[in-house]
Design a protein. Structure first.
Length: 412
């Protein structure tokens, strides 16, 4: 069934599940045991990707690499893309021509969209130039990812020959589950499926970071690495609030508050930005509410509601938008000591997949949108959220809830 309740067509993306049936006197060969292994592996993968989802579970942070450090040969089980045309001994090259753009991937665990567990047991340093395909080296922006891989290990001499086929002198006795590092200069596609349970998997690589302004002859700096491209583990990635155009908890003058609220300027107003598209038809009256709590030295704590309306998006913006602007439309005035409460009922704002925006204002640390550049500026003592991946956004992973914020007003 689809999300609308209509029956789906086609075939469910799952392998046939047949398990070995033992009986007395049965003759079993290598093929039988291989198929039994596949049965249990496919059951585990099916359970993982259908019930829990996929993405990065923990670790796998991309960091600047220490100088003159690299993955030791035969260290952890991994495979990296290499450039055979690169100099074999780059360490012997002159200092000014030596490539130093390297990053380190920390240990961690991920699950790909097929349900395979990708385990990195030890940190590994990646030479970005060597790992990047030669035809993609005309860029200064690269993406670093990881994917599941296998390799045969431990050659073993066969005791008996296969009666149905030729058997080599040695066969690999074990299959080692490992990983492959992927580096690209082309922006990877985003998984836009609303339903990751029944639809087939196409994105085998789990992208971990985007690195901007790469200089191949200089070490990578921490501010060049952006890990917000990685997918957190789960059935879907919730849409969150990534920026607002006021400083949470800040004190503004009365004139500054009027300019911010768009009291006298139709092109102004409170702006809220999302991480992905939301449906414009879900931005209805009542979703955003402005409440003023009176302050001052006299009678205070009385409240009144400030009338407002959505100034953006309008009917011409299309079905989806990634930002809205809400401005005051009434003539009420603010006074010294007032507090303006901004409430966004994010459970009523729906994304492309008709899921509610995850709007909990965790710690009040959603960044401020810079008016000149449009970028987000973080405020507060915690630079990174508990996940270790910045910048801060709204949301706890549960979805819905209410986004709450406020600012204060002073006469001067």
């Amino acid at each position: 069934m689809t999300e609308t309740g209509k029956p789906t067509t086609g075939q469910f993306d799952a392998p046939p599940l047949r398990r070995l049936r033992y009986f007395h006197g049965q003759m079993l060969g290598a093929r039988d045991f291989q198929r039994e292994q596949e049965y249990h592996r496919e059951k585990l993968k099916l359970r993982m990707r259908r019930l829990l989802g996929y993405g990065v579970v923990c670790g796998l942070f991309v960091e600047p690499a220490p100088r003159d450090d690299d993955c030791p040969p035969g260290g952890d089980a991994h495979a990296t893309a290499t450039d055979e045309s690169a100099p074999a001994e780059e360490s012997t090259a002159p200092e000014h021509t030596r490539r130093r753009a390297k990053v380190r991937i920390s240990p961690g665990l991920a699950v790909d969209c097929d349900g395979n567990e990708v385990v990195v047991r030890g940190s590994c340093v990646i030479d970005l130039w060597k790992a990047l395909p030669p035809d993609e080296r005309d860029t200064d922006t690269v993406w670093v990812g990881i994917r599941y891989a296998e390799r045969p290990v431990e050659p073993t001499r066969a005791v008996y020959n296969d009666a149905c086929a030729d058997t080599s002198d040695c066969e690999f006795g074990w299959t080692e589950e490992c990983y492959q590092i992927c580096v690209t200069g082309c922006e990877p596609p985003v998984d836009e499926r609303c339903d990751t349970c029944c639809s087939p998997c196409e994105h085998k690589v789990l992208w971990l970071a985007r690195i901007d302004c790469v200089d191949w002859h200089e070490p990578v700096r921490r501010d060049q690495i952006h890990m917000n491209v990685r997918r957190p583990f789960g059935r879907y990635v919730p849409t969150v609030i990534t920026g607002i155009n006021w400083i949470h908890g800040h004190t503004y003058t009365i004139d500054e508050a009027k300019a911010l609220l768009g009291t006298q300027d139709e092109d102004a107003g409170l702006a809220v930005r999302f991480s992905a598209d939301v449906r414009t038809d879900s931005l209805q009256p009542g979703v955003v509410e402005l409440q003023v709590i009176e302050g001052g030295s006299g009678r205070n704590a009385s409240t009144w509601y400030m009338g407002g309306t959505f100034a953006e998006p309008d009917a011409d913006c299309g079905e989806f938008t990634q930002q809205f602007r809400y401005r005051q439309t009434t003539r009420e005035t603010l006074q010294d000591g007032d507090r303006v409460m901004v409430t966004v009922r994010s459970a009523f704002i729906l994304d492309r997949c008709c899921r509610p925006v995850d709007g909990t204002h965790v710690g009040g640390r959603v960044p401020t949108i810079d008016a000149d550049t449009g970028s987000s500026v973080a405020h507060g003592g915690c630079d990174l959220p508990p996940s270790g991946i910045g910048p801060w956004t709204s949301g706890t992973g549960a979805g819905g809830d209410v986004f709450e914020s406020w600012f204060f007003v002073k006469e001067r």
